[in-house]
Design a protein around this ligand. Sequence first.
Ligand code: GLV
Length: 284
Amino acid sequence: MGGAELQKAVPGAAGLLVGSLLCVLLPDRVDGPVLAAAGRQLRVVSTVSVGTDHIDFAAVRAFDGERAFDGERRLQVGHTPDVLTAACAELGVALVLATARRFKEAIAAAASGAWAAWSPTFLVGAQLQRKTLGFVGFGRIGQATAARLRAFEPARLVYWAPSPKPAAERAPLFAERAANLAALLAVADLVIVSCSLVAETRHLFNADTFAAMKKGSILINIARGAIVNHDHLFEALKNGNTVAAAGLDVTDPEPLPVDHPLQSLPNCLILPHISSATLETREA
Ligand code: GLV
């Protein structure tokens, strides 16, 4: 549903449920015009997602500011953390393995007949054992993914986040905090993006960031598409000087057009934003 259509659908609503089967789809932004179209009786905006980057909080505050209300009746915003942490972490592990072991090319080879006699060099991928895993953002989902990836015996687990995580969270994972993003990129064989999309992280991964990554490294994005500049990622994956492969559960835009250049790359595995898509999570 586009912005104008949304504005037509919401007048008189007491609540907006974003991302439910019945209402607004996740890419839709709940912004000032949508709130204004809903009207002053609106009390709740709730999103069936952990991410809230599609909700314009400045507009929410302005909307409250414009209304006469008593303290109890502010516009409430809700989201769904926790119920999807395990689902997203499991998908994160799957995407790491599928990208490192070249599933996109392997599935195509099996289906197309390019699978010939066994050869020791056929579809050779990267092993996680003794590698350095780097997490950009280390909240609930990043930590849950790291906990599962520990089973693959990486050499080091490094994270970068604006503030250090408490020892109770980081110690069981043997996670070290990098001094900054550049320090993480200099050592990580696999970079797993699991931070929120905010102004500071939009296009955090761009030509400069890719140039700072280790040669042969792998980029995984289970967070938000717009954290990665897709044009720059295409160039990086094509020239192969640094990033060897990428696994993306999220893209910008979504859906990513089938003729987008990234879709044509054998070393770019793209999933249609399914990280939270388990029955258990949906029911919860
Ligand atoms: C999914 O991407 C979510 O934010 O829940």
